[in-house]
Design a protein around this ligand. Structure first.
Ligand SMILES: C[S@@+](CC[C@H](N)C(=O)[O-])C[C@H]1O[C@@H](n2cnc3c(N)ncnc32)[C@H](O)[C@@H]1O
Length: 229
């Protein structure tokens, strides 16, 4: 899913909406098509299952306010919008202009009111203590270590006290075996992630593991939930 990737580096100290040291993906509809292709023919549905389990772990309640950072083409945000209902609010940010265009088109087609905007984890365009839940799925491995720390501090800023952070990511390449070792997208060590999430002031961490099924290229994944103290 990295075939349409594009790097951008910022010299400025203050991040603008698309300037990041992260890896921007800009596939739009091609991102969705590639994801569908992998899931259908080589992941045996595990990609879809990962999204469902990520949403489940957040224990979303109707009426809650939810942000998806690095939302890509908005698939998880759409599922979350169904769960918060019309009384809730869902926002998604991503620096990929084609990703956001695709996310907006999907939401409009299904008449789901989600605020998708171009933005980066370095500087989230929301006031302090806005959200009950913040998601980050398959995104952390796109960021260098220093940016992960900066991004987690931003997430902590926009979460309400007691708010939930849910991070999902593929297993890192060094930990994969069999067909899964050939899948080209990167991943994270959940232990390393858990350490920096704790350092950022989150507590009550829980990690769910998704093991790769037999005869599948699904690389395995971890889903981490933590609460802002
Ligand atoms: C593999 S995609 C995952 C997209 C989506 N969350 C999903 O599960 O399909 C990673 C996304 O992170 C975005 N990204 C990269 N750097 C970022 C940053 N600094 N802030 C926010 N998103 C970023 C990319 O543009 C890309 O859309």
């Amino acid at each position: 899913m990295h075939s349409f990737a594009r790097h951008r580096h910022s010299e400025a100290s203050k991040a603008s909406a698309t300037e990041t040291k992260g890896l921007i993906l800009n596939g739009g509809w091609r991102y969705d098509l590639t994801g569908w292709f992998h899931d259908t023919f080589s992941f045996r549905g595990k990609f879809r299952e990962l999204r469902q389990r990520t949403a489940n772990l957040a224990r979303i309640q109707p009426g809650e306010q939810v942000l998806d950072v690095g939302c890509g083409t908005g698939t998880l945000a759409m599922e979350v919008a169904r769960r918060v209902g019309r009384a809730g609010r869902v926002a998604g940010v991503d620096p990929g202009t084609e990703q956001i265009a695709r996310a907006r088109a999907k939401a409009a087609r299904r008449n789901v009111p989600i605020e998708f905007q171009i933005g980066v984890i370095e500087q989230l365009p929301f006031p302090d203590q806005t959200f009950d839940v913040v998601f980050s799925t398959l995104m952390m491995h796109h960021l260098p270590a220093s940016l992960k720390r900066q991004g987690l501090a931003e997430i902590a800023r926009v979460l309400k006290p007691g708010g939930r952070l849910v991070i999902a990511d593929f297993k890192r390449k060094q930990e994969r075996t069999g067909q899964a070792a050939r899948f080209h997208a990167g991943g994270s060590s959940m232990q390393d992630l858990a350490a920096i999430v704790s350092e950022a002031g989150f507590e009550h961490l829980e990690i769910e593991e998704m093991r790769p099924p037999r005869f599948s290229a699904f690389p395995g994944a971890g889903i981490l939930r933590a609460y802002k103290s």
